[in-house]
Design a protein around this ligand. Structure first.
Ligand SMILES: Nc1nc2c(ncn2[C@@H]2O[C@H](COP(=O)(O)OP(=O)(O)OP(=O)(O)O)[C@@H](O)[C@H]2O)c(=O)[nH]1
Ligand SMILES: [Mg+2]
Length: 462
């Protein structure tokens, strides 16, 4: 998935947050990518709630406007007592950033004119004449400032970004999911998982596959589950960040409890990341072959060459053991609002085909520590964070997956040692996968005395 990135430096980002309070910024519009036009701005920024503009110029200023109200091209003067203009100037040579915050005048509450033009704050009009520039009208509207202090009298814009300002809210008085955070609970979950036996006698272990965009944390999730059962941090699957999927092979991982210990009755399958373009990333039809159990471990996936029945890694006849019993969609919590329509459409098409095969699905939201400072501070806040609950709802709605199937996790990404709370979230996810695999088995009409069950052979292919 191509990701549009912010031009704010870490320091500028921090200063913006200090002007806004306990919030998180989500980039909605970046003019160098989407266009320096009012139309492109409104396409991305209308009806997004609170936003902040970051306009950049060659004189080293980042300046803009914050409003708590929607842009909607209503033609009205919008009142907003919370609105302000600001400027951050990186103090050339002397170091340190200078910040200016301009509130509305005491007698004026009209913050901006909600027109079809670029954002018009009276004294500052961005994307003036549909170009990369700002018009400064000293004395007009409710904001008063010295143009030199605002932007160093440089009206040409090198970049123009708009962020949605998302309040992180506080903590819910009661968590929306009850998790017991004790060491006993950790042990209990471990024991339940290790003693799990599939409902069907011919199957030894449940098989779950991790499916999600590039960099969502699929391989790291497997590494974390593996580490937890091994008792120390391991990194069997290669993880990391690159423009394209780091994982290119289909892998089926058997997990052991302790070095050389018992085999955990859950096989985790790792796949190549999904990309929004049809011809890039993991192919949807390849994924269906994987779900049906046709693809062998270490199959080299290739977006431009879909899996073919004659390929060496293709297994013609499959049994219930080879098939996928639970599909786990993996999404980076930080990127929930950045999922493009194309990516959501791809997920919808996968979901449709998966439903058709009758495979249960759950949604794993990773990187909760990166997404919410309250969860980073104390992982036990994960189901109490208003922000994370909102993200879970957003994702559950766009995927059409019930909230009860949405699980939040933090994987071992930089730790050297295991941690009880991280383990409890990981184990809770693993337990859910086993429960859902059982629903799959219950739905199969299986002749239990038969060794081989040709699961999908009589079914309509996708
Ligand atoms: N902070 C934090 N970082 C994480 C977490 N999970 C994964 N990461 C980081 O996210 C990056 C991508 O993780 P991967 O596991 O390689 O992602 P993937 O989904 O396998 O990506 P592809 O194989 O490229 O499709 C890595 O740098 C991980 O360290 C998490 O829960 N918290
Ligand atoms: Mg991977």
């Amino acid at each position: 998935m191509s990701v549009v990135t912010s031009s704010l430096s870490e320091g500028q980002h921090r200063l913006l947050l200090s002007l806004l309070g306990h919030v998180r910024l989500h980039l909605l519009h970046k003019a160098s990518v989407h266009g320096f036009s009012a139309l492109a701005f409104h396409n991305h920024c209308d009806r997004q709630g609170a936003t902040i503009i970051a306009a950049y110029n060659a004189a080293g200023f980042v300046f803009g406007a914050h409003t708590s109200q929607d842009y909607a091209q209503s033609g009205a003067d919008v009142c907003d007592e919370k609105a302000f203009l600001y400027s951050i100037h990186t103090g050339g040579g002397r170091g340190g950033d200078k910040t200016l915050r301009v509130a509305l005048g005491i007698h004026t509450a009209c913050a901006f004119k909600d027109k079809a033009t670029g954002p018009d704050y009276g004294a500052l009009v961005f994307l003036h004449e549909d170009a990369a520039k700002v018009q400064t009208n000293p004395g007009e509207g409710g904001f008063t400032f010295e143009p030199a202090q605002m932007h160093g009298d440089d009206a040409a814009l090198t970049e123009f970004e708009v962020y949605r300002v998302e309040g992180l809210g506080d903590l819910l008085a009661k968590p929306w999911r009850n998790i017991r955070w004790s060491a006993e609970r950790r042990q209990q979950l471990m024991k339940t998982i290790l003693s799990y036996k599939p409902e069907v006698q011919t199957v030894q272990r449940a098989r779950a596959v991790l499916v999600g965009p590039v960099g969502a944390g699929k391989s790291t999730f497997f590494n974390s589950i593996n580490s937890m059962f091994r008792g120390n941090i391991t990194s069997q699957a290669i993880a990391g960040t690159a423009g394209k999927s780091v994982t290119t092979q289909f892998r089926t991982y058997t997990i052991k409890a302790g070095k050389g210990g018992a085999v955990v009755p859950l096989i985790l399958c790792d796949t190549m990341g999904l990309e929004e373009n049809a011809e890039a990333g993991l192919d949807v039809e390849d994924l269906i072959h994987i779900f049906k159990g046709h693809v062998k471990d270490r199959y080299q996936l290739n977006p431009s060459t879909p899996i073919h029945q004659d390929a060496p890694g293709f297994q013609e006849r499959t049994t219930l053991s080879d098939a996928i019993h639970c599909v786990v969609y993996v999404v980076d919590t930080c990127k929930v609002s950045l999922l493009s329509q194309k990516m959501l459409d791809k997920f919808a098409s996968i979901r449709k085909k998966t439903n058709h095969l009758g495979v249960p699905q759950i949604l794993l939201m990773t990187k909760v520590d990166e997404a919410c400072p309250l969860a980073a501070e104390d992982l036990q806040n994960v189901y109490r964070s208003v922000y994370l609950q909102r993200k879970a709802r957003e994702l559950s709605e766009s995927f059409g997956i019930p909230m009860s199937c949405v699980l939040l996790v933090k994987s071992y990404s930089e730790e050297l040692e295991l941690h009880k709370d991280v383990d409890i979230l990981l184990l809770t996810a693993a337990e859910k996968m086993l429960n859902y695999a059982d629903s799959f088995f219950e739905n199969q009409v299986v002749a239990e005395d038969r060794e081989e069950v040709d699961l999908y052979s009589s079914k309509v292919t996708t």
